[in-house]
Structure formats: structure tokens, C-alpha cells
Design a protein around this ligand. Structure first.
Ligand code: SF4
Length: 357
């Protein structure tokens, strides 16, 4: 077995899962979450079991309720509506999605037509398109560039942005076509694909060329997971299975493959990877193939950093402890970086956990 590294949770997903865990800890249920916190069925179900209610409209969230906005980023009018009616809102948008929102807003304000490569209906794409709806055109399929090109006012003022989780090959194809058509095309200095997307695709490419079959762990609505499956096929692997977890792994479907490659999308927990490995039961061991070290870390959302220490101090005071001592110890987030979200997920529901006590 060849095991891709990096794989699984990225820094944005780590941040979002830990943030929602804090919400579950700090508030009585129900805690609301606008859209799936990340696109992974197992993660969402685990939070649902803890009383989190996932909604697709802010209208479904009562006044005064605690509410989290998902890692994919939300439309500006959604963020504004969420903050009305005395709700306590934590925006867990990934900073790298915020960066693309900023690019879209800035380019649109400068009079650019913004071409955005992404998936229609995906939460991240919907949120980004809403940042400057009059100026942005979605490119999803072949031919969309031709259609969008006819609506461009000034061909010297065209920007090309992208969903963070695209396949690198897809991005390159569109970028080259767009640059040919608009020689003054503006793009982000590298591109908008995030480090986690490109690292996972590089690691998978390294193993897909060696493996007879590749198993990609992640949900069907996870854009980066689908991109990984595509990358494996493009690397020449004939047999690529995308599964949510071990229950969906059909060992007969591997067709007697001798070398199996395994990876996981950015929203798939490590416990699923380990369960899949156990089910595959490799007879010749597991070889990790690491293409790079990943040490990115995103701290908890600002709103949580403001409220949780205050709640902790209140609890310390009520229990006869010293609130100042708790603060001197670094506050409740002192260990945040060292605590893995996959560990938090395993512990969710166990009262002794640091995140659910
Ligand atoms: S995949 Fe990239 S953009 Fe999306 S949450 Fe992870 S780090 Fe952020």
C-alpha cells in the first residue's frame, strides 16, 4: 500500500471543526450552522448527533441563537442577515477563501470583468459569485469561456479567479485559453488553488503512477475529493474508487490490484483512513509517500477568541477558581495548534475531552 502525504484535513478544515466543537461546548443545543461545516458526511453526522442543526437559509435560525458560518465562505448578504436579530455568529470561513473574495471585490471595483472557474451550486462558488454579482461570470464547462467572453466590456480588464479546490490541470487548461483570448489577463500571482489542494494532488500523483488502484476517501459533494479522483485518473491509474468510508469499500471491486494507493480529501478525518487501511489489510505493509511537510495553521475565528476566554473565566469564577490564573496560563486556546481536529472528532461526546468538557 502507498499512502499519500499530505492527505486529509487541511488547516481550514481543522480550524472550522475545532471552532464548531467550541460552539457545542459553549452553548446549549441547538447550535446552528449555515451550510455543512465541511463537505464530509461523517463529520456532519457527528455534529448533528451533538445537537447542531445545519441550515441552508438564515431564515431557519431563530433570533438570539448561536450560529456558525461554514468554512466555504458565505455571501455578503448572508453574513449580514446572520448578524441581525442578536444572534451570536462565528464566521469559520477559511482565510484562503476570504482572499479570493477580496480579489473578486477589488477587481470588480477597478472595472474588471471577473471570470471565475468553479462548480455551479457549490457553497464556495456561490459565496464568491455573490461578492460582485454584476461583474463575475462563472466558468464551469468547456464553451463557457466563449459565452462569457462575449459579455466582456474592456478586453484589457479581465481577471481570472478560481475555486480553491480545483484540479490543477483543469485550472491550467482554462487559464491558458483565457490568456490566449485576453493577453492582459489578471490572475493571482500563483493562482487561487490553495496549498492544501495542490499538496494533496502532488502527493496523489506521486503514488497514482505506481499503483494498480487508488482509493480516494471523501464525500461526493466535496470538490477537492472529486478533483483528487480526477487527478489519479489523469496520472494514468485505471482503477479509482471514491468512497465515504470503509463501509463503501468493495474489496472485490479492486480487481486483484497488487499495489493500492490511498489518500483522503481535505475534509475527510484520519480515523476513516485508518479504518480503510485496516479493511484493506495490506500484506506487505504501508509505505508513506510524502511530497512536502505542511505546517499551516489558522487560529480560531475572531468571534470565538473574544467570547470563549470570557466564558472560561466566568466558569472558573463560579467554581471558585481564579479567572486571572486561567488567562495567565494562555487561555483556552493555548493548546489549539497542538490539538488535531481528528482527535477532537473522536473525542466529541466524551465529557472528558478538552473540547467538550
Ligand atoms: S481546502 Fe484550502 S481553501 Fe478549502 S478550507 Fe482547506 S485550506 Fe481552506
Amino acid at each position: 500500500m502507498l499512502l499519500a502525504e499530505p492527505r486529509g484535513f487541511c488547516a481550514g478544515v481543522e480550524m472550522a471543526i475545532k471552532a464548531l466543537s467550541w460552539m457545542v461546548r459553549a452553548f446549549d443545543p441547538p447550535v446552528y450552522c449555515y451550510h455543512e461545516i465541511v463537505h464530509n458526511r461523517i463529520v456532519v453526522d457527528r455534529f448533528r448527533d451533538l445537537g447542531v442543526v445545519f441550515v441552508d437559509s438564515i431564515d431557519e435560525v431563530p433570533a438570539g441563537a448561536p450560529l456558525m458560518l461554514s468554512a466555504h465562505g458565505s455571501a455578503p448578504e448572508v453574513v449580514q442577515a446572520a448578524r441581525e436579530q442578536d444572534r451570536f455568529v462565528v464566521n469559520a470561513v477559511c482565510p484562503l477563501v476570504t482572499k479570493v473574495h477580496h480579489e473578486a471585490k477589488t477587481r470588480a471595483a477597478k472595472g474588471y470583468t471577473v471570470l471565475y472557474v468553479g462548480h455551479h451550486g457549490h457553497d464556495e462558488a456561490e459565496g464568491t459569485l455573490a461578492v460582485a454579482p454584476e461583474s463575475i461570470r462563472l466558468l464551469e464547462h468547456e464553451g463557457d469561456l466563449d459565452d462569457a467572453g462575449t459579455t466582456v466590456g474592456d478586453p484589457t480588464k479581465v481577471a481570472l479567479l478560481a475555486q480553491t479546490t480545483l484540479s490543477l490541470n483543469d485550472w491550467k487548461d482554462v487559464m491558458l485559453q483565457a490568456r490566449e483570448r485576453f493577453p492582459d489577463l489578471w490572475t493571482a500571482s500563483r493562482n487561487d488553488l490553495c496549498f492544501a489542494t495542490t499538496n494533496r494532488q502532488s502527493a496523489l500523483t506521486a503514488i497514482a503512477t505506481e499503483a494498480d488502484a487508488v482509493v480516494v476517501i471523501g464525500s461526493a459533494n466535496s470538490s477537492n475529493t472529486i478533483a483528487l479522483a480526477k487527478v489519479a485518473r489523469e496520472a494514468g491509474c485505471q482503477l479509482v474508487l471514491r468512497i465515504d468510508g470503509p463501509d463503501e469499500l468493495d474489496l472485490d471491486g479492486l480487481g486483484g490490484a497488487r499495489i493500492v494507493g490511498v489518500t483522503a480529501g481535505a475534509s475527510a478525518p484520519e480515523e476513516l483512513v485508518q479504518s480503510v487501511i485496516a479493511k484493506l489489510a495490506p500484506t506487505d505493509g504501508v509505505e508513506s509517500v510524502r511530497v512536502t511537510d505542511e505546517d499551516e495553521y489558522f487560529p480560531p475565528p475572531r468571534e470565538l477568541r473574544e467570547i470563549v476566554p470570557a466564558l472560561d473565566a466566568l466558569v472558573a469564577f463560579a467554581l471558585g477558581g481564579d479567572p486571572q490564573l486561567a488567562r495567565d496560563m494562555g487561555g483556552p486556546f493555548a493548546e489549539d495548534r497542538a490539538v488535531a481536529a481528528s482527535r477532537v472528532l473522536v473525542d466529541l461526546g466524551h465529557p472528558a475531552s478538552a473540547y467538550t468538557r
